[in-house]
Design a protein around this ligand. Structure first.
Ligand SMILES: *Cc1c(COP(=O)(O)O)cnc(C)c1O
Length: 424
């Protein structure tokens, strides 16, 4: 009985308090209090005689990524939609999107009345397959959106080549990859724009938030206008009580501004991000190696990756175990042993309850459009097989001490050794 699985009433492998996320840094409270008393809670409030936190965060994040420009936004979803529109993507244009991602990667495309074209991913990296991208390009393709998924960097050499060959913009969805590097350079700087999310689960977070980075001044200018109701940030000397946002009317936008509170929190978090990346890498290296001995295969990254960021740790279960029990059952058993929640990968976007264009009348532009955006017309066998065989857990778990990583390995070992007990 001593070794019976926790899900069947046995003792748990671990009953530790796992790290939680998000965690405030040392400057968070002071920064928030500063905003509270500043008389300026967002960029569109009157100038108060000193640089906004929004502007300070933009400068710091651009520097962190080695990008020329950063335009903060309210969410990652807004960042994606603005990045696409800043690259002149619009109604009925086709945009290539990986089939394995959070729903926003595709819904942001719908949001600008464009057509998401879902393509399959690489079985080892879970990032979009460059060959599949090339095959999906038609005369109406106007952009490629890629995702650096979980802990991998997509094949930027191949993907930038495909984009260049067809003369279409490449948008990097970097929601999992703040500070990940490829050939020594931060992701988000390889495409025409990089879109980030700072939502509460992300590696750099203010609860909600986002940012776009680019080296193209025209893309930056358009993104700024699109995210602040058609206004742009003033470059001239401001006087107290004046408005920083100028009404140029150059391009119409909507309001996706990042508040001063959020920017103040992000400045605090940015100081901590690299040290945490380092700890997560150490934990993941240990897990990859130990879990391989149990027949599991950790997520790979593209050759040329120089710095991984772990948004979620992901590992493929042994085929022999999956012949006995489903990934969902194994996840329940592992979660019971460890006392934190493991999850499957994102549901493939061609069969995802959160991605149903027909449930919103705004997408009924024409019968033709509804047919083009029907997710079920796409075939995603690799994405589906990853969803049927990979378990993931959140990056905060990787911040636990080395003994905790040993407990994770023990839990995998226990569940896989007793797989027959959860057969069916
Ligand atoms: C979180 C996420 C988004 C959306 O960001 P929000 O800030 O929640 O709008 C987009 N793409 C990916 C890959 C994400 O993980």
């Amino acid at each position: 009985m001593g070794n019976s699985l926790a899900i069947l009433g046995g003792a748990q492998v671990s009953n530790r308090q796992w790290p939680r996320w998000p965690q405030p840094g040392p400057r968070a409270l002071k920064n928030l209090e500063d905003v509270l008393n500043s008389g300026r809670w967002t960029l569109s409030c009157a100038y108060q005689g000193r640089p906004s936190y929004e502007q300070r965060f933009a400068a710091a994040f651009a520097e962190y990524c080695g990008a020329e420009y950063c335009v903060p936004t309210s969410t990652g979803s807004a960042s994606l939609a603005i990045a696409l529109e800043a690259c002149d993507v619009g109604a009925f244009d086709e945009v290539v999107v990986p089939g394995l991602s959070w729903v926003a990667s595709a819904s942001a495309v719908l949001g600008i009345n464009a057509v998401p074209v879902l393509v399959d991913v690489d079985p080892a990296t879970y990032c979009v397959d460059p060959g599949a991208v090339a095959s999906a390009i038609t005369g109406r393709t106007r952009a490629i959106t890629i995702v650096h998924a979980y802990s991998a960097v997509a094949d930027l050499a191949a993907l930038t080549a495909v984009a260049r060959q067809h003369g279409i913009p490449l948008i990097e969805d970097c929601a999992h990859a703040h500070g990940a590097t490829y050939q020594g350079r931060a992701v988000g700087t390889f495409g025409d724009a990089g879109a980030f999310s700072m939502q509460g689960s992300k590696l750099l977070t203010s609860g909600e938030g986002g940012a776009i980075i680019t080296n193209d001044p025209e893309v930056a200018d358009r993104a700024g206008h699109l995210g602040s109701d058609g206004r742009m940030r003033s470059r001239s000397q401001l006087s107290v009580g004046g408005m920083e946002l100028l009404e140029t009317g150059r391009i119409m936008g909507s309001n996706s501004c990042l508040s001063e509170f959020h920017a103040a929190l992000l400045l605090d978090q940015l100081d901590l991000v690299d040290e945490m990346h380092k700890r997560r890498r150490e934990s993941s290296a240990y897990l990859d190696q130990q879990l391989a001995e149990l027949g599991c295969v950790g997520q790979a990254t593209t050759e040329g990756t120089t710095g991984r960021t772990y948004y979620r740790y992901a590992v493929k279960l042994p085929e022999a175990a999956l012949e006995v029990a489903s990934v969902a059952t194994i996840i329940e058993a592992l979660s019971a042993e460890l006392g934190f929640r493991l999850l499957e990968t994102y549901r493939p976007l061609n069969d995802n309850v959160l991605y149903r264009p027909t449930t919103r009348r705004r997408f009924s532009i024409s019968p033709d459009y509804l047919e083009q955006v029907n997710p079920q017309r796409f075939d995603l066998p690799v994405t589906t097989s990853i969803n049927d065989s990979v378990v993931t857990f959140g990056h905060e778990i990787l911040l636990a001490p080395p003994e905790a990583m040993e407990e994770i390995v023990s839990a995998f070992n226990k569940v896989l050794s007793n797989i027959g007990d959860i057969a069916g």
